[in-house]
Ligand binder design. Structure first.
Ligand code: MN
Length: 449
């Protein structure tokens, strides 16, 4: 059995490697659960056995380091981007199974849907408008091609069987608008509690029409098993913990938000699309999964797929690009650090332009030579400090589209900045020679202490 076969096998792997903190003490849904999770961020996953009076436990922080995503792929951290890129390039079709082979169908609820009575859905941040699903795969189907689309949206509980959804203008929204213009609802499935690689695959930057569950299959190295929902024409992971079956209502908008988002600020309240839930299916003794927004798990789930896309973009312009890093301090969205083997003068600047062109979210780009470890921010700062001169190495573009969630922009419009920290090719060798103590690498401290 692979480590990341299902949420349960992954939690068992974390437990065996002492990175699952089991919390026996009863905790409150409001803030306390998020606070304890955040205390453990980047160290251990938090498994809450008793959340208020609910019989369902809650887990959070199941992958909160880059190393853990590598472990889920059963590879090393430097191979994560290559593996993800390969999966995006070669999706693997899902394997359809029947209800009797799908644990998520062990319990089927069609009557008296009451989300907050059944599920321990937390309130995470101080000014959040209410209880939010933050870690659910949102699956819809294109009625023309029958291809599914998978994404993650924040979902506020606004009624017994009602959710307010933030749908950014991407694939899900496009399919919804098509349905709405024909006066129809768009069926959806909301999937809680899958393995970390399926979560990661859902965040792939792909063209419209690619089923992210097929990318999950490729990333897992075997087809993902899926089962047809009870009340909607959608296939969901058979080993998911909980599935909500519903529809996005046409011509209905209701207030949603504010909500604490990945940049560590609140996304605003406004009228949003509404999902109505018709049925819930779940495993016996299901586990509820939540992501505390802006935590390492949230940032890395967004960052790793973005790095894969960014590396591909830069490669088209600068073939000597070695690696890219969307750093945690830059929310894994706004800051890109790029290392290149510079073969021609000026390529540092080309790498900046290519990086800025990859995504409107990217705001600041730092390009360094390949000797700099771009995953060590002290090294990156050192390169800026000693290899950069603003007069010749700075690239500035004003009035470009950026992230609306960056509060320093004017409704999303702002400046882009690039730092070319590559060494001039014609520089005299001694000038940029790193100091080095010859015997350092071979020293074993135990021989001296
Ligand atoms: Mn998509």
């Amino acid at each position: 059995m692979r480590r990341a076969q299902t949420l349960r096998t992954w939690l068992e792997y974390l437990r065996q490697t002492e990175r699952l903190a089991t919390i026996e003490k009863q905790v409150s849904l409001q803030y306390e659960l998020a606070a304890v999770t955040k205390k453990l961020d980047g160290v251990k996953a938090a498994f809450f056995k008793q959340v208020e009076d609910y019989s369902i436990p809650v887990v959070s922080g199941i992958c909160s380091t880059r190393e853990q995503f590598a472990e889920a792929m059963e590879t090393d951290p430097y191979d994560v981007i290559r593996r993800f890129t390969d999966a995006v390039a070669s999706p693997l079709p899902c394997k359809q199974v029947g209800n009797d082979e799908a644990p998520v169908k062990e319990n089927i609820i069609r009557e008296d849907i009451d989300l907050m009575r059944l599920l321990p859905i937390p309130v995470h941040h101080e000014k959040d408008a209410g209880n939010y699903l933050t870690a659910a795969l949102f699956i819809v189907r294109d009625p023309v091609t029958r291809k599914q689309n998978v994404s993650i949206h924040r979902l506020q509980v606004t009624g017994k069987n009602r959710l307010g959804a933030l749908l950014l203008p991407r694939h899900t929204y496009h399919l919804y608008k098509q349905a709405e213009s024909a006066g129809r609802a768009l069926e959806c499935a909301i999937v809680i509690g899958v393995d970390p690689l399926t979560m990661l695959a859902s965040q792939a930057s792909t063209p419209f029409g690619v089923d992210e569950l097929e990318i999950a299959g490729a990333l897992r190295g075997e087809p993902l098993e899926v089962v047809r929902c009870e009340t909607v024409d959608i296939d969901v992971p058979a080993f998911a913990e909980i599935v909500l079956e519903g529809k996005i209502l046409p011509h209905v908008r209701e207030p949603e938000g504010p909500f604490g988002e990945f940049p560590k600020y609140y996304g605003p309240r406004s009228d949003k699309e509404v999902v109505e839930i018709m049925a819930i299916t779940h495993r016996h003794q299901p586990i509820f999964y939540t992501i505390v927004p802006a935590g390492y798990e949230h940032l890395l789930l967004g960052g790793i797929p973005r790095e894969a896309s960014l590396l591909q973009s830069i490669k088209q312009t600068v073939s000597g690009v070695k690696a890219v890093h969307m750093s945690l301090g830059g929310t894994c969205r706004y800051h890109a650090i790029v290392s290149i083997l510079k073969r021609n003068e000026g390529e540092g600047k080309n790498a900046i332009l290519a990086a800025l062109a990859n995504s409107f979210d990217i705001k600041h780009v730092v390009v360094v030579d390949e000797d700099v470890d771009i995953f060590n921010m002290e090294e990156v700062e050192w390169a800026i400090a000693t290899r950069f001169q603003a007069e010749r190495d700075l690239v500035v573009v004003h009035g470009a589209q950026g992230s609306k969630l960056d509060p320093s922009t004017d409704e999303g419009v702002g400046s882009k900045l690039g730092f070319d920290c590559t060494i001039p090719l014609d520089s005299e060798p001694m000038r940029y020679l790193r100091i080095k103590i010859p015997q350092y690498e071979g020293i074993n401290l135990e021989d001296y202490l």
